[in-house]
Design a protein around this ligand. Structure first.
Ligand code: SF4
Ligand code: SF4
Length: 315
């Protein structure tokens, strides 16, 4: 590694998790680095702690015994006692020092977000090189949206490529075109979301229109970057015959490209609901939008009828 390359690894990224031996987010066995910060606010997001590019306190109220220890150590005065009940002042900025988490005798506090030097992330990723070789896996940068920390993401991807490690990013695609193309040079697979084809409906569901997203996707495909399409599937949101038809019509021109690597259907689940409570946030979805196995099979069939490679990714 030359001097400029090791300088690039001196940077840090704000991440909230590193998950090993993942089998769902890209080919083979993978290490997933979850970047913090996302420009979208999808109503079904199962990682609400991924959305803000700041440190956030996750509070398990049922474990707290209101001892007040955390109030003594927090430099930002985020923890307070109100009539002997612990409360969190979320308008104050957390600096991620973890002092509250360390002192809490009940494990009631977690801090979402850690500034990790890229060199440390690279070492973590390299620990499993043997598994990547055997399974044709590698590393995936997920989140959140890693392109919100574009320089850090690019440097980490570049370093992984230099080590011969296969790279992927999981992206919502809502990022400046030039930024995405700069990163693309170091990405073996894009796991690219299509959430809805209608721009207004997309805006209602995620907080942004899909114009830029679809433009970036088209450019990646035309420029022969490997793309796996990912479709979160929710009943009554994006699962009708007509809505699937719109996706088919959009993707048909690219179906026979060698770099079009198929479609993953991601069934909606409610696994993130507790995290909203821990963040004092409201889960935006009412009722259960899960599709039955038969409904998912039907969607898979519609796509297969058009000879798309497709699989349902059940966690
Ligand atoms: S991590 Fe540090 S700044 Fe943040 S709430 Fe805990 S003690 Fe306060
Ligand atoms: S230290 Fe833990 S148990 Fe004590 S008040 Fe704070 S969160 Fe609750």
């Amino acid at each position: 590694m030359n001097r400029s390359q090791s300088k690039a690894l001196e940077r840090s990224a704000l991440v909230f998790n590193v998950q090993k031996y993942n089998m769902y987010d890209g080919p083979g066995l993978r290490t997933i680095v979850f970047f913090k910060g996302c420009p979208l606010r999808c109503k079904w997001c199962s990682n609400p702690e991924s959305q803000k590019q700041t440190y956030q306190i996750m509070f398990k109220k049922d474990l707290c015994v209101n001892c007040g220890a955390c109030t003594e150590v927090c430099p930002a005065m985020i923890h307070a006692m109100n009539n002997e009940v612990h409360e969190i002042k979320r308008n104050n900025d957390c600096i991620g020092c973890c002092k509250c988490k360390e002192i809490c005798p009940k494990g009631a506090l977690e801090i979402a977000g850690e500034m990790k030097p890229l060199s440390e992330l690279l070492d973590l990723i390299k620990e499993d090189e043997m598994f990547y070789e055997q399974s044709k896996g590698g590393v995936t940068l997920g989140g959140g949206e890693c392109t919100m920390q574009a320089e850090a993401a690019k440097n980490l991807l570049m370093a992984c490529k230099q080590e011969g490690i296969n790279t992927a990013i999981e992206t919502c695609g809502y990022t400046k075109h030039e930024k995405l193309m700069e990163i693309a040079e170091f990405v073996d697979y894009f796991l690219y979301d299509i959430k809805h084809m209608n721009p207004e409906r997309h805006n209602e569901l995620t907080g942004v229109s899909n114009d830029l997203i679809l433009y970036n996707l088209t450019e990646l495909l035309k420029r022969r970057h490997n793309v796996i399409i990912r479709m979160p599937m929710l009943k009554g949101v994006n699962s009708s015959r007509e809505e699937i038809r719109q996706v088919i019509d959009f993707l048909l021109p690219f179906k026979d490209y060698a770099n079009f690597k198929g479609i993953d259907l991601l069934p909606y689940h409610k696994l993130g609901v507790n995290k909203y409570l821990q963040l004092d946030e409201v889960y935006p979805i009412e009722g259960d939008l899960s599709l039955t196995d038969a409904e998912l099979d039907q969607i898979e069939k519609w796509l297969k009828e058009e000879r798309f490679p497709v699989r349902i990714v059940r966690h």
